[in-house]
Design a protein around this ligand. Structure first.
Ligand code: GLY
Length: 369
C-alpha cells in the first residue's frame, strides 16, 4: 500500500503528464499557473532566476515515472536556459537556481557530457561574481555592486559540484568564504536571517542591511529563512564545518517556532497578525531543508517538522482540479509586490513540494548535492 506521500507523488505525476504538454506546445518556460493556464515569468525573459525549476520538476517526474516525455521536456527548456549564456548581462548569482536543476540534473542523472560542460560554465559564472573581500555579488545594477543575499547559499552547490567534478578546490574554497561571510553577517541571535546585506565593495566592510521581499527592514521573510536553513545544511554536507550545521539548526528551530497551526507558512514571521499573507514556497523549501538537517544530524524532530509542513501543504493547498495547471496554491513571491504572484501556484513551490515528497519516500535524486 503506498502511503499518502507516495499517493501524492503519483497524483502530481499524473496531473503534470497532462498539463505539461500545453507548456511544451506553447514553447514557454512556465513560471506560474492561474485560471487553468501556464504563464511565463513577467521579468527578464529566459534569464529570470526561476527558469531552472520547470526542467528540475520534469527531471524529478522522469525519475519517478521513467516517462521519456518528462526528459524531453526538461531538455527543451534546458536548451532555452543555456542559450542565455550568450546574453550573459542578465545572469546573476541565481545561475545556481537556473542551471543546477536543468543541465546539472541532466549531467547527474544521464551523464550527458554537454550538460556537464554547461554546469561547469555556470559554476564559472558564479565564481566570476566573487568579490575577494569575501562575498558573492548578488545582482548587476551598478548601485548594488556590494549587495549579497541569503538566497545565494543555495547557489553554492554549483561550486561544490564544480570542485568535485574537476578536482579543483578553488570553487569549493570560494563557496566557503562566502558561507563564512553569510554566517557572520546574516545570522541573527534569535536564529533568523537577514535577506540583503550591503558591503563596501572595496573593503568588504558591512555597510547596512536592506529590506528585501519581506515585510520590513529587520523582519523575518520566511522564504529567506528557508533558503538559509537549506543552504547552511548543504554547506555542512559539502564543506564539513560544524558551524554551518549549527547555523542550519538555529534557523530550523526559529522556523519551526513559526509554523502555523494548520502547517502553512506566513510570508513573513513579523507580519501584522491581521494580514493574511501566506507563502507556501517557504514551507516547501523548509520541508526540504528540515529533512536535509535530519539526515545530517540523525535528529528525528527535524523530519517531524518536515512532515508537519508537507501535511499542511497537502491538506490545505493542493489543487488536484483544473483551476491551476500546477499543484501548490498560496505561493507569494514578495510581501509588498504582487506583480510576480500572490496566493497562486508558482513553479518552484511545486518543485520543492515534489522534492520534499521524494525525500520522504526515499526517492530524492538529490539535485543540490
Ligand atoms: N531567490 C529569490 C526569491 O526567493 O524570491
Amino acid at each position: 500500500m503506498p502511503n499518502h506521500y507516495e499517493e501524492a507523488l503519483n497524483r502530481i505525476a499524473e496531473k503534470y503528464r497532462k498539463t505539461a504538454e500545453t507548456a511544451a506546445g506553447d514553447g514557454i518556460i512556465p513560471y506560474k499557473s492561474t485560471d487553468g493556464i501556464w504563464i511565463s515569468n513577467p521579468y527578464d525573459g529566459n534569464s529570470w532566476w526561476t527558469g531552472g525549476f520547470w526542467p528540475g520538476l520534469m527531471w524529478q517526474l522522469w525519475c519517478l515515472t521513467g516517462d521519456g516525455f518528462f526528459r524531453d521536456e526538461a531538455r527543451r527548456v534546458g536548451k532555452l536556459l543555456t542559450d542565455e549564456f550568450r546574453s550573459f548581462r542578465k545572469l546573476n548569482h541565481d545561475v545556481g537556481f537556473m542551471y543546477l536543476p536543468s543541465c546539472g540534473a541532466d549531467a547527474k542523472l544521464t551523464g550527458d557530457e554537454q550538460a556537464e560542460t554547461d554546469l561547469l560554465h555556470a559554476a564559472s559564472l558564479l565564481m566570476g561574481r566573487f568579490n575577494p573581500t569575501g562575498f558573492i555579488r548578488a545582482w548587476n545594477e551598478p548601485e548594488r555592486v556590494g549587495y549579497a543575499i541569503i538566497d545565494c547559499m543555495m547557489n553554492l552547490t554549483l561550486l561544490y559540484r564544480a570542485s568535485r567534478d574537476t578536482g579543483d578546490p578553488r570553487f569549493r574554497n570560494t563557496a566557503g568564504l562566502h558561507a563564512d561571510t553569510t554566517l557572520r553577517e546574516f545570522l541573527r541571535e534569535n536564529g533568523s536571517v537577514s535577506h540583503i546585506i550591503e558591503f563596501d565593495p572595496e573593503t568588504g566592510d558591512r555597510v547596512r542591511e536592506h529590506p528585501g521581499q519581506g515585510y520590513a527592514l529587520g523582519s523575518q521573510w520566511s522564504r529567506g529563512q528557508a533558503w538559509g536553513l537549506y543552504g547552511f545544511a548543504l554547506a555542512y554536507r559539502h564543506l564539513g564545518k560544524k558551524r554551518y550545521l549549527e547555523a542550519a539548526e538555529n534557523i530550523a528551530e526559529n522556523f519551526a517556532a513559526h509554523i502555523r497551526p494548520d502547517g502553512l507558512t506566513d510570508c513573513d514571521f513579523c507580519q501584522p497578525p491581521e494580514e493574511e499573507r501566506i507563502d507556501n514556497l517557504a514551507g516547501a523549501i523548509a520541508a526540504c531543508g528540515m529533512q536535509e538537517t535530519a539526515a545530517l544530524t540523525g535528529e528525528q524532530k527535524w523530519k517531524r517538522y518536515a512532515e508537519q509542513l508537507v501535511d499542511g501543504l497537502l491538506n490545505h493547498c493542493a489543487d488536484w482540479g483544473n483551476s491551476h495547471c500546477g499543484i501548490l496554491t498560496h505561493c507569494t513571491a514578495s510581501y509588498h509586490d504582487d506583480g510576480a504572484g500572490r496566493h497562486t501556484n508558482i513553479i518552484y513551490g511545486d518543485y520543492f513540494l515534489v522534492e520534499a515528497l521524494m525525500k520522504l519516500c526515499g526517492k530524492d535524486p538529490e539535485l543540490w548535492s
